[in-house]
Every structure is written in C-alpha cells, then in structure tokens.
Design a protein around this ligand. Structure first.
Ligand code: AMP
Length: 357
C-alpha cells in the first residue's frame, strides 16, 4: 500500500493524465509525467514533467527511480518502453494488456479465445489478403489498421467489393483487419476496476453515441437492451481482466445486438466514456485507478443520481464554455489545451440528476 506522499509516474501527457493527476493529488500523492510532447496538459497539474523520447533509456531509468509506482494514460506507449520500466518499478496495469490492445487482430483473437462474441474478422496483411477476406466475410465491411487507430482514424468502410482499392489506399496500405459490419441497436461501455488482490468492481454502463468515429456523448440510464446485455458483457470483461491479472481501470466497448453483446475493443486505461463518473459516481474512474495501482481499498462505484449526461467539447465547441458555466447543473471541464483543432477533444461537460438547461 503506497503511503501518502509517494510518487506516481504517468506515461503520457494528455487529459486522461491530467484527470488522473488531480485524483492522485486528492489522495495525497505526487505525480510525475513522462511524455515526448512539448505541450502536456497533464504536466500543468503535476509536480514534475520529463519531456523525453519513449526510447531514451537513461531518462526513463531516472524517471522510474523517482517513482514508487507507474501507470500510463496513452495507449500507444511502445511496449518496449513499458517492459524496460517494469524492470525498475511496478508498472500497473502491466505490459500484456497494453500489447494486446495495441493490435486489433491480437485483441479480437484473445477475446474470441475467451469465448467472447466479436464481429466476424479476417487478417489483411496485404492487398491480396483483402480479396480473400472479402470473399469470406462479404460486404458491408470495415477495414481497420491493426495498429495506431483511434477516434475513427485508420478505418475505411466498404459498401461493395468495388471499394477494395479505395479502402486499401485509404488506410495507406498498412497491415489491417477486415471486420464484418455489425448491425447494432446501441453502443455501450463496460468500465471496471480491479485491485492488486483481484477484487473487481463495475460502474453502471453508459450508452455511447459517436459522431465521425469520435465519442460525442455518454449517458445513463442506457436503453433497456443495454441493461439486458450488461451482465453478459461484464462477465467477458471480468474474464479478460482475470486472464491478464489486470490492475487498474479497464474499459470494454460493446455493440448491443439482437444476438447479444458484441465486443468491439478494449482500452487498458481510464476512458472517455467514463468521464461521467467524476461527478456521477461515488468514486470516479480516475480515483479508483489511482487507488488500485497504489494498492489502496477500492471505492464505491455506485451511480450518484440519474440521469447522467456527458458531452464532449470537441474542436470549436469549446467556445460554448461561457454559456455552459451559466447552466447551474453543468459540471464543466476544460483540458487547458491551447490549440483548437477540428476533432480534438478539448473538454467535456456533465449533468448529474438533471438535464442540460
Ligand atoms: P473503433 O475504432 O473500432 O471503436 O470504431 C469506431 C466506431 O466505428 C465504433 O464506435 C462504431 O460506431 C463503428 N464500428 C466499428 N467497428 C464496427 C463494426 N464491425 N460494425 C459496425 N460499426 C462499427
């Protein structure tokens, strides 16, 4: 159990690190951020910021020496970096879940191996394999790069076989996976926290709406079909967490379909669809992640009040902050990023027990 005053290292410098840092500070911890980027909104609320490359072993070793435990907020931290650091300090969760989540093919194979329901999929290492995969799965289908895809990037939809060349060009000829198109009623998340002793707690599932591949809103209560499928989806996420001996917050994204919950992907970290837990749950995902990696007792994951609505503030919609501040029920979060770009997550706002004014 880490005593107050201990130092928690976070790999990655974005808003997830910022909100983890605030939660760690609440519990009396110091936070150090390691990130290659010049601008780090996590470092704005941390005791120390090391700006260095992911493969700079002397800087990594010095960073690890200053930390009592370490975690990551960025899903594409190179696996070799995490392995190197694990030789110096406890990194939680470990490298295994991260390695699987970084590879869409390995992820689907791992989950299918645990008995989970996924979209039909086939590997597409090259252009010829795309034709084979299309013959097997048919259309419509989605081609996704195996690595580095997020927020709808690195994806191309195929309505017919005639779209194959355009789709292959659209993902820049990277190794990919073809997925059959899933007809779903809703998208939802399963958010869990697992402690060092294996104790696992779940938050209530939110229904998520994406726009242009980017999460726009999460809300509770979700529609009945999600409530009906939540337990089966939780059982799968529990099996995943146990198989990885996972420590911390783990997120699973699912489609609610007529055939039951279909696993889409997982994130071995706190997640945008869990931001509502800051005000909407007794203990937030950020606080429970810190509690878990520090070996502290886990907090109550119960929902504080319904309904809950979380809206992302993306791109120029950050300009609505002044009017949101006039809404007495709005909990406004500004991530402190200076550059406004289309599709960039710049803040979010949550209503708990009340609706937007
Ligand atoms: P992903 O990056 O895998 O989360 O995909 C981004 C979004 O694309 C998802 O949230 C879904 O809305 C949609 N999507 C992804 N995969 C599929 C699929 N196999 N069938 C239907 N829609 C999908």
């Amino acid at each position: 159990m880490l005593p107050p005053g201990s130092t928690i290292g976070i790999l990655g410098g974005g808003q997830l690190g910022r909100m983890l840092g605030l939660a760690a500070a609440q519990l009396g911890f110091q936070v150090h951020i390691y990130a290659p980027d010049r601008e780090s909104v996590a470092a704005q609320v941390a005791a120390r910021h090391v700006q260095a490359a992911w493969d700079d072993e002397p800087r990594l070793a010095a960073f690890a020496a200053a930390c009592d435990a370490m975690t990551f907020e960025f899903e594409n931290v190179p696996i070799d970096t995490v392995r190197f650091l694990s030789g110096h300090v406890a990194v939680r969760p470990g490298a295994q879940g991260l390695e699987i989540a970084q590879d869409r093919l390995a992820e689907k194979q791992f989950v299918a191996g645990l008995g989970g329901r996924t979209a039909p999929f086939a590997p597409v290492p090259d252009r010829a394999a795309l034709d084979t995969a299309l013959a097997e799965l048919g259309t419509p289908a989605i081609l996704k790069t195996v690595r580095m895809g997020y927020d709808g990037k690195g994806q191309a939809r195929l309505r017919t076989d005639a779209d194959a060349d355009t789709a292959w060009d659209g993902i820049d000829h990277h190794a990919a996976i073809l997925e059959g198109f899933v007809t779903f009623a809703h998208e939802f998340s399963v958010l869990l926290v697992r402690g060092i002793d294996g104790e696992t707690r779940f938050w209530d599932s939110s229904v998520n709406v994406h726009e242009g591949g980017i999460l726009a809103t999460s809300s509770l209560p979700p529609p009945q079909i999600v409530l009906d499928q939540q337990d089966e989806a939780r059982a799968l996420m529990q099996a995943i967490a146990d198989a990885l001996d996972y420590v911390g917050v783990l997120t699973g994204e699912f489609f609610a379909t007529d055939a039951g919950p279909v696993f889409n992907e997982m994130a071995p970290r706190v997640h945008n669809s869990g931001h509502w837990t800051i005000e909407g749950a007794v203990t937030s995902q950020f606080e429970n992640h810190i509690r878990a990696i520090a070996g502290l007792p886990l907090g109550n994951t119960g929902t504080a009040a319904l309904p809950v609505v979380m809206h992302n503030l993306i791109g120029t919609s950050i300009g609505t902050v002044p009017s949101l501040l006039a809404d007495p029920g709005a909990h406004v979060h500004h991530y402190g990023k200076t550059e406004v770009r289309q599709g960039r997550k710049l803040g979010h706002v949550t209503w708990v027990g009340t609706s937007p004014a």
